[in-house]
Ligand binder design. Structure first.
Ligand SMILES: [Zn+2]
Length: 290
């Protein structure tokens, strides 16, 4: 799979929330390699193996945001279609919600609760973290407002050394962002100085094999799924948004059940999906030159 010459820029430069994901992407591309290309290569390298996708970012006790779980459902299906045995992990308080959403959109998945059993439940060839809170170097986890949310979250940073890891995020506080911790500390609000007593910033500390930042974490999952051959379209994505709202997932910025994600309206999402649909057509032609 030689993707070195393929241009993904219409996807990673689209950062309508202006939270810095396009700058993170460009920094990674310059320092390491093209993140989308690296993500696809890593997924292809575990074909025939086992992967777990771990997601779920709490806003308040028992309330989770819609960025992460929706994309994870599509990503899990695309990995399963590739022949990778895939399971989804989410905090217990969001378990039934995720099952309901995946059934509602007819993309059923094996869904399990995050917990201590994850330490011994192996071996896994690949762990994919999607918008999962990461600890800073003092072990404190934060939201984007710089407030501590350690009491709402289960630390999973130690799992980073158990298998290959692909981490997806959009804010700098998610697990895996330690790969560009220096950048997050300099560039992202509260990156270096949070609002909680730890005063050590929201920048998460643990690194990963491949880090993929995009406008939203759902979009990053949609990109990978589409490039892996999943027939993603506007209908599937709007169905996910509606199911997420129906079963109580909230917009991470507004804090209420919504069709918007991180404050971005369904219309904005449609623009992104249009970019993605046209790019994935070009991508298929690029992969199979005549
Ligand atoms: Zn803090």
């Amino acid at each position: 799979m030689d993707l070195a010459g393929f241009d993904f820029s219409t996807l990673y430069l689209y950062d309508p929330g202006e939270r810095g994901s396009s700058r993170m992407y460009l920094y990674l591309k310059e320092k390491f390699c093209e993140p989308i290309t690296e993500s696809l290569a890593l997924i292809h390298s575990v074909q025939g193996g086992r992967a777990r996708i771990i997601t779920g970012f709490p806003i308040r006790p028992k309330v989770f945001e819609n960025d992460g779980p929706l994309g994870s459902i599509v990503l899990a299906k695309s990995l399963s279609d590739l022949g990778i045995t895939t399971e989804l992990f989410i905090p217990l308080d969001c378990l039934e919600t995720l099952k309901s959403v995946s059934n509602e959109v007819d993309l059923p998945a094996v869904v399990k609760p995050i917990g201590k059993s994850m330490d011994i439940d192996g071996p896994w060839n690949l762990s994919i973290f999607v918008e999962y809170p990461g600890s800073n170097y003092r072990g404190v986890r934060h939201n984007m407002a710089g407030e501590a949310i350690s009491n709402l979250t289960f630390p999973l940073d130690h799992l980073m050394s158990c298998s290959k890891t692909l981490c997806i995020g959009d804010g700098g506080n998610e697990i895996g962002m330690g790969k560009i911790e220096d950048f997050i500390r300099q560039d992202i609000p509260f990156g270096d100085l949070c609002q909680c007593p730890c005063a050590s910033g929201i920048a998460s500390h643990g690194s990963c094999d491949v880090l993929l930042p995009l406008g939203t974490s759902n979009w990053a999952c949609y990109v990978l799924a589409a490039m892996l051959g999943f027939p993603l379209d506007e209908k599937i994505c709007s169905g996910l948004l509606q199911a997420g709202m129906k079963f109580g997932l909230v917009d991470g910025i507004k804090g209420t059940p919504s069709l918007s994600v991180d404050g971005l309206t369904p219309t904005t999402e449609k623009v992104f999906i249009k970019h993605l649909e046209s790019l994935s057509c070009r991508f298929k032609r690029y992969q199979q030159p005549d």
